[in-house]
Write a protein that binds this ligand. Structure first.
Ligand SMILES: Cc1ncc(COP(=O)(O)O)c(C=O)c1O
Length: 382
């Protein structure tokens, strides 16, 4: 049994979550914002990194065949899909992957669809590259979110080139069902829209929900889809900056690779390589235990908030993020929470659709969750 209750001191390690921004000069602030976990990575990952570190030489390094094989077997085992070696392109992270895809397949001024409330960097990358956002907000019904297919068909015009899908969806925790992905695929294929499917949260999915890698939905999607993936969220190794693009279509792959090559990013983080291999080869049991712990955290949060407050939330289908609805309360809740010692992500970071919400990262020990919930209770009481 892995002890996810163990509290590891992360302050003083230059952690974004624990040392940055509001944390400065505030030792008492509980930071449940940035999406990394307060848990140690699997032991096999730690050992692989230590073994590599002992060599003492950290020169330019490429990703060997065994690295690709570890990804292929993970996807076969966990997601029931056969990837081909030649589909996988190394990238330094998923957000850089989104940026490469935008540069490879769209021109300045083109429109790109996103479905808010959604992960902030989607907005940033699109705007920074001079492309335009085409927004297709999710529909919310009693805290449950769905894609708006009718609106999607309407907003696609002759400048719309791409859709960035968040699957599973950060922040609302949806794991898109096969039928939803089929409907999305049908529209995008009909209208000639390239789909960039950000699947970084794919492994953090609670049963009976099942993640579908987008290209497994239909043969036709092999020609218009870029899947972006990484072991970062699953195994808590985001600081190693490693990821993979999966692009079955040769022409799209060459266009994407040309952008990556033009930025001279062909060497990889040494520790990222060995950590990925160890995680994908040996991390399955660890992941199953993690999912059990996270799911209990989610249930605990929901029960507590329902019993003690008017904050509403759903147990996420996937991700270690919870989307808390504070709309029954007036005033600047985010500011009040901060004042009382809790840093969550303010909902409006994810778009105007997120106003009145806060995103809570539940990948931390139960004790910290308990403290955070007490702060929420106190904040809404006053
Ligand atoms: C949906 C989503 N995509 C990408 C990332 C970050 O990916 P990377 O660190 O590999 O760029 C995150 C991190 O929170 C995320 O939630």
């Amino acid at each position: 049994m892995i002890d996810f209750n163990k509290i590891i001191q992360r302050r003083g390690t230059n952690s974004y979550k624990w040392d940055y921004g509001f944390n400065k000069n505030n030792e008492n602030l509980l930071p449940l914002w940035v999406a990394d976990m307060d848990f140690e990575a699997p032991q096999e990952v730690i050992e692989a990194i230590l073994a590599r570190a002992k060599l003492g030489i950290y020169g330019y390094t490429f990703r060997p065949n065994s690295y690709y094989q570890s990804i292929i077997s993970w996807f076969k085992d966990v997601h029931d899909i056969e990837l081909k070696r030649e589909w996988i392109i190394p990238i330094p992270g998923v957000v850089p992957g989104i940026s490469f895809a935008i540069q490879a397949f769209t021109n300045p001024g083109d429109k790109i669809i996103i479905q808010p409330p959604v992960y902030r960097p989607f907005y940033e990358v699109i705007s920074e590259l001079g492309r335009r956002i085409n927004s297709n907000p999710l529909i919310e019904e009693n805290g449950y979110y769905k894609m708006d297919f009718e609106n999607l068909e309407k907003i696609i015009d002759n400048r719309t080139r791409m859709l960035i899908l968040c699957s599973p969806h950060n922040p609302v925790g949806r794991v898109w069902k096969k039928e939803e992905l089929e409907r999305l695929a049908e529209i995008c294929l009909k209208k000639n829209i390239i789909i960039v499917s950000d699947e970084i949260h794919a492994d953090i999915v609670y049963k009976p929900n099942k993640h579908n890698v987008l290209i497994s939905i239909s043969e036709k999607l092999l020609d218009n889809t870029i899947v972006l993936t990484a072991p970062n969220k699953t195994f808590n190794i985001a600081g190693l900056q490693i990821g993979n693009a999966i692009i079955p279509n040769k022409k799209l792959k060459d266009q994407f690779s040309a952008v990556v090559n033009s930025q001279h990013l062909n060497s990889s983080n040494i520790f990222g390589i060995v950590a990925t291999e160890a995680a994908y080869n040996y991390g399955k049991n660890w992941l199953n235990e993690l999912l059990g712990y996270l799911h209990e955290n989610a249930k605990y949060v929901k029960r507590f908030l329902e019993n003690k407050t008017n904050v509403r939330t759903q147990i996420p289908e996937g991700t270690f993020l919870m989307w808390l609805d504070f709309r029954k309360y007036k005033g600047d809740i985010h500011k009040k929470l901060l004042k009382n010692g809790l840093w969550l992500n303010e909902g409006k970071e994810f778009g105007n659709e997120g106003i009145g919400f806060e995103r809570m990262n539940i990948a931390t020990s139960r004790k910290i969750i308990e403290k955070a919930l007490k702060i929420i209770e106190k904040t809404v009481e006053n």
